[in-house]
Design a protein around this ligand. Structure first.
Ligand SMILES: Nc1ncnc2c1ncn2[C@@H]1O[C@H](COP(=O)(O)OP(=O)(O)OP(=O)(O)O)[C@@H](O)[C@H]1O
Length: 514
């Protein structure tokens, strides 16, 4: 057994050096239905290199079959024989100690309906709370830390408390633009059994339904939060303060319109609402990836709740769940491209200048830095955050949330939009679901990150490379922008220099002849 102290030190060390956002992928085994339909497993995994390959069967114009291979590399890739214990070790275990260091950590599962999100997510909070309680008991003994549990769902754009008879909740922002869920019941817990009971109670209340792809499909986004608070000695005058938070989000499954034809009206309405919120989440990820000044967190209840996970002192683990069968190939590719986008958020350096990077920061956790992290030697900058764009500044940001963009920003975005629109007209495909294919909204072209149709993506630790393309030439023809608007003032500047030079020559001639 690893001594607890060693585990903690290792955990904190890891949290200082690890990437800010982890993108992990889990493949589930073929299920009975797929086996009976004789569907093939089209995903191969190389766990040593954390890479996976999707073997997509396609038809040529002469109707002969060929296999298109799509390769991806992620922070970790979990094969179909990996147990839930291993999933915990690979994903959440290392971020648990960070929540005692004023960090907001989030683990969310994303993927097609029936791909194993609930199967993956359900055991994680219990294992994490076991570790949190151990830390409180051994390392942070007598320091006034307490653990609280809350569990709610977002269904049809509304919030419901799963631990309080599904009472409707409302969400508000406080003066510091922190999201507060009014009326959410929090339970103080001191042992794992209590937490287990609460989780079971909450799961039993979740909105589920039957879809074409999953008999017991989650029709809501379920959010379970473990909050560590610190009690002040003088309890009378001050309430307990939130130290850190670990949220587990089991997202409802993404589905295409084509998958929902055999569903009833209610299921289709639910599906539309789910897709809307997942699209809003995607828009936020895109905006963060593009260093955009405005991050559209208000696009849905889900993104409003998730705001904490994308800003300030936060850690995020995204577990992408994928189905291995050939029929889910298109879905699987969409999920992997989505995951790749999340991964690139934490890996790439800021592409814009400092003020722009500062402007894209939103907020940071309140309160002084934790005592055992040395911020003076740059530790703060090494602290993992979601998105490399965040440069620990506290107060600057609160005023920047959802603000009106400046004239220059409008100019910048209209310039990008123009190019984007141009490319969209050129490349527009027929599919209007949540597909990642084609040029992406808000994404300046020429940055070699988007995947045009027929482009095979290779996600690498340094970013995404694209190879083999039919339509990629279109992208290459569009002038590279790289976040810089051709500035009219640059031209004026040059003209002025010429005039000064002419004046100087004229002046020298005048002196010479005089
Ligand atoms: N890794 C796995 N090993 C074995 N069985 C799995 C695995 N992942 C998923 N399953 C099984 O697949 C089925 C669907 O899984 P699950 O309900 O977790 O999917 P989901 O992604 O949450 O779907 P939805 O979005 O519709 O709620 C379940 O019966 C589950 O037991």
């Amino acid at each position: 057994m690893i001594p607890m102290q060693l585990f903690i030190t290792q955990g904190i060390k890891d949290s200082m050096t690890m990437t800010q956002a982890l993108a992990q992928v889990r493949k589930r085994p073929l299920n009975k239905k797929e086996v009976s339909r004789k569907e093939e497993d089209v995903i191969t995994i190389d766990t040593y290199s954390n890479s996976l390959t999707v073997h997509e069967t396609k038809l040529k114009v002469d109707l002969t079959e060929y296999v298109d291979r799509h390769e991806f590399v992620f922070d970790s890739v979990l094969d179909d024989d990996v147990s839930n214990d291993e999933v915990y070790r690979e994903t959440v275990e290392s971020i648990v100690p960070a929540i005692f260091q004023q960090t907001k950590a989030t683990c969310f599962a994303y993927g097609q309906t029936g791909s194993g999100k609930t199967y993956t997510m359900q055991p994680l909070p219990l294992k994490a709370s076991h570790d949190i309680l151990s830390l409180m008991h051994y390392t942070y003994r007598n320091q006034g830390f307490q653990l609280f549990v809350s569990f709610f769902e977002i269904y049809g754009g509304k919030l419901f408390d799963l631990l309080n008879q599904k009472r409707k909740l409302c969400m508000r922002e406080d003066g510091k633009q922190q999201v507060c869920i009014v009326g959410l019941k929090e339970y103080r817990v001191s042992d794992v059994e209590m937490i287990k009971d609460l989780i079971e109670r909450g799961n039993a209340c979740r909105s589920t339904g039957t879809t074409g792809a999953n008999e017991e499909s989650s029709r809501s986004h379920a959010i379970l939060q473990l909050v560590v608070k610190k009690l002040f000695e003088d309890k009378e005058s001050k309430p307990s303060r939130v130290i850190g938070k670990l949220s587990f989000i089991d997202l409802a499954g993404s589905e295409r319109g084509a998958d929902t034809t055999d569903n009833d009206k209610q299921t289709r309405i639910e599906g539309a609402e789910i897709n809307k919120s997942l699209l809003a989440l995607k828009e936020c990820i895109r905006a963060l990836d593009n260093d955009q000044v405005h991050i559209p967190f208000r696009g849905s209840k889900l993104t409003e709740v998730l705001r904490d996970s994308f800003i300030g002192n936060s850690r995020t683990v995204m577990i992408s769940c994928i189905s291995p069968n050939s029929g889910s190939c298109e879905h699987t590719l969409n999920t992997l491209r989505y995951a790749d986008r999340v991964k690139s958020l934490s890996k790439g350096g800021s592409k814009k200048d400092a003020p722009q990077a500062l402007a894209s920061m939103r907020e940071s956790s309140p309160g002084p830095p934790p005592s055992n992290l040395d911020y003076s030697n740059g530790a703060a900058s090494k602290l993992p955050r979601f998105g490399s764009k965040q440069i620990a500044q506290d107060d600057y940001l609160s005023s920047n949330i959802d603000r009106v963009p400046s004239a220059r920003e409008v100019l910048l975005s209209s310039h990008f939009n123009h190019i984007e629109e141009h490319s969209r007209i050129s490349l527009r495909g027929s599919d209007n679901d949540l597909s990642e294919e084609g040029p992406e909204q808000g994404k300046p072209l020429g940055r070699n990150k988007g995947t045009a149709p027929n482009v095979c993506s290779i996600a690498t630790l340094g970013g995404t490379r694209t190879r083999k393309t039919g339509s990629q030439t279109l992208w290459n023809n569009i002038p590279e922008v790289n976040g810089k608007v051709p500035d009219a003032l640059d031209g004026l500047d040059a003209l002025l220099k010429v005039w000064i030079l002419l004046l100087l020559i004229y002046f020298l001639e005048f002196i010479y002849y005089a």
